[in-house]
Design a protein around this ligand. Structure first.
Ligand code: ADP
Length: 646
């Protein structure tokens, strides 16, 4: 393609899909396109402010974002005097998807089983296109322009460059980029021109634009002006004073929320807003939010944080390493008065001053969470529900925060499966002679609650923490305990709960110390022989009351769940053998003991193996050998079915 002519390029596949959704959306909150474009314009100003630190030649007139209405041309334009884009940047940034929120949005659509965009078009036009209600949860960036425009032009000149370009697209799969005479482009920055579609002509009304700007974009750090018609005087709509620099008393709840939405790329309400100014040795301001819902990519290791670091109002990094990992769900702005501006981003983040800020921020956020837990327990419960699994990482990663985090932690337990129990509650409810805090690890709360391992504990009224998150296996292993009580896995070693009395109402129970029936000792020997290398031992259990058998870790081995986690991550070679614990009072075991020595050896052996596999199954594991398991089950079922009816 010759120079001068527009060069046409196809959008990346994901973009095409997103655009299709935009164009075909009858999404009610189309207004968000404006906040997205204004937010980009403000970001472009922030970037130039930063670059101008190193290259004062770039420093320019005060930053401003100007919205222009042209009724004759039926266009709405958004122009900034920020950094602008080079030809490559236009192609890369407006042809692919950079924003993590947009990616998460598309992934969610994918997860809903969306077909190719071209399919089902007829049905889609009837209803809203599938997934559109999800858009509201994400910032979808530049492409939201195609909700209101038939085609979009971006006229831009990168600050310091002698070339300008125009990017155009009708949002139907391709875009073109062509050189633009310098006198038609902004001196530096970008002008986004929206050729409004038929349904969106109401955005040519000044009143409407003004309302949207005040409502959604008043906290942006560059002032916004409106030019109501060609040649009219610009009118200032917002002051361009960054929100966090204002006194708290001058900020409304609504302004905080809008700022959070812009910062977090989420469209919900923050669960907690904390705005403070640290004074003394270091001076900095922090405006932090805990999101009201869980971001979809919370556990994605590649996920970018949303922590903006400013130094004296200049944006240094929009993904600064301010937060410890266990607070990575917090969205925040930190503005330091003391950090040096004239060194690189990387060096700033390595400075001891930055480390002090990090520490201060983490401490303060932990304090605020503690306050919330005390004063607004219901609100805190929701925060814990969304982010508890992340906060618990702190128990493992940051021993000095452990006590504070232990007092925050909320658990589902065997006696309170609905959750919300604190360790303090737990310790207050200890049974006589109970010296440990018992826990059961797993991956599914429901399955944990019905685990046979809990039976003996239930019968004694002992509460057991149900721990369903992968991180749980790690902190319980490192933590010394709580309130002088060590943590103890109910699936590890002998249960040692005989000294805790059975509860009266469970009177149907056999007394724990009744000597095992004579045949049992022989049965255990036979079971051990039959199972051979599959188990370390077979022994009578005091943790079971309803189930015939369960598997536990040996006294000295790691918890079985931890072992499985390590094995899944290739951290562990050979796994240790479990102990099969058998309920000596269970009718099946007693009946089996009576069969020992009977001529039908096969049957006894089948039942022993099936007991073992059943114990694996209730823990969410597979039978030791699926085809053996099936053959045995069939034989035993056949035996039962062919027995004459009683
Ligand atoms: P995001 O802003 O979250 O990165 P967008 O889709 O809104 O996602 O924008 C994509 C990219 O395009 C931005 O990251 C930025 O690099 C570039 N961009 C968008 N608008 C502008 C603008 N007005 N000036 C300079 N660059 C811009």
């Amino acid at each position: 393609m010759s120079e001068g002519a527009g060069q046409t390029q196809a959008f990346q596949a994901d973009v095409a899909k997103l655009l299709h959704l935009m164009v075909h959306s009858v999404y009610s909150d189309r207004d968000i396109f404006l906040r997205e474009l204004l937010s980009n314009a403000a970001d472009a100003c922030e970037k130039l402010r930063y670059d101008a630190l190193k290259d004062p030649a770039l420093a320019a007139a005060p930053f401003v974002i100007r919205i222009g209405i042209d009724k004759a041309a039926q266009t709405l334009s958004i122009e900034d005097n920020g950094i602008g884009m080079t030809r490559e940047e236009l192609a890369d940034q407006l042809g692919t998807i950079a924003r993590s929120g947009t990616r998460a949005f598309l992934d969610r659509l994918g997860a809903q089983g969306e077909g190719a965009p071209e399919e089902n078009q007829a049905e889609e036009s009837q209803n809203r296109a599938p997934g559109l209600d999800l858009i509201g949860q994400f910032g979808i960036g530049f492409y939201s322009a195609f909700m209101v425009a038939d085609h979009v032009d971006v006229l831009t000149r990168r600050a310091g460059s002698q070339e300008a370009f125009i990017w155009r697209s009708d949002g139907k799969g391709a875009f073109s980029i062509a050189p633009l005479p310098l006198d038609e482009a902004p001196a530096h920055g970008a002008r986004v021109v929206l050729h409004l579609n038929e349904a969106s002509k109401d955005y040519l009304e000044a009143g409407r634009i003004e309302r949207i700007v005040r409502e959604h974009s008043s906290a942006l750090a560059a002032p916004i002006e409106l030019v109501e018609s060609e040649g009219a005087e610009p009118r200032r709509l917002t002051d361009g004073v960054a929100l966090w620099t204002k006194p708290k008393s001058a900020i409304t709840e609504h302004e905080y929320t809008e700022f959070y939405r812009d910062l977090g790329g989420q469209f919900d309400e923050p669960a907690l807003t904390v705005h403070w100014r640290a004074e003394g040795r270091h001076e900095y301001t922090v405006l932090a939010f805990i999101p009201g819902s869980r971001p979809f990519d919370l556990f994605d290791p590649a996920r970018q944080g949303r922590a903006k670091l400013y130094v004296r109002h200049v944006l240094i990094s929009d993904d600064a390493d301010v937060l410890p990992r266990w607070l990575r769900f917090v969205r925040l702005v930190v503005d330091s008065a003391d950090l040096p501006l004239n060194v690189s981003r990387e060096m700033i983040q390595e400075s001891p001053l930055f480390a002090a800020i990090k520490k201060g921020v983490a401490n303060r956020l932990l304090q605020e969470l503690t306050k919330l837990a005390e004063h607004e327990p219901e609100k805190f419960a929701r925060v814990w529900e969304h982010f508890g699994a992340v906060l618990k990482e702190g128990l493992y990663e940051e021993p000095e925060k452990r006590d504070a985090l232990f007092s925050l932690a909320r658990f589902a337990t065997s006696t309170h499966p609905e959750g919300g129990r604190t360790l303090k509650d737990y310790v207050a409810g200890l049974q006589p002679n109970q010296t440990a805090i018992y826990y059961l690890l797993g991956d599914d709360l429901k399955r944990l609650g019905s685990s046979p391992q809990l039976e003996g504990f239930r019968a004694r009224g002992i509460e057991v923490l149900l721990l369903p998150d992968p991180i749980d296996a790690f902190w319980v292993a490192t933590a010394v305990g709580f309130d002088g009580k060590p943590y103890k896995s109910v699936t590890q070693g002998a249960a040692d709960i005989k000294s805790i009395p059975l509860q009266k109402e469970e009177g149907a129970e056999k007394p724990a110390d009744e000597p095992p029936a004579a045949g049992l000792a022989t049965l255990f020997v036979l079971m051990k022989q039959t199972l051979g290398e599959a188990v370390e031992d077979v022994r009578a259990s005091d943790r079971l009351s309803e189930s015939p058998a369960c598997l536990v870790a040996s006294d000295h081995g790691p918890d079985r769940r931890l072992e499985r986690l390590l094995a899944d991550h290739g951290q562990l070679g050979a796994s240790t053998k479990p102990v099969l614990e058998v309920n000596p009072a269970h009718p099946l075991i007693l009946a089996l003991a009576a069969l020992v020595g009977a001529p039908d050896k096969q049957k006894v052996e089948d039942i022993i193996w099936l007991l073992f596999d059943e114990a694996r199954l209730v823990e969410g594991e597979k039978p030791a050998d699926a085809s053996d398991f099936a053959a045995r089950l069939t034989r035993v079922l056949f035996g039962a079915a062919s027995q004459p009816a009683a």
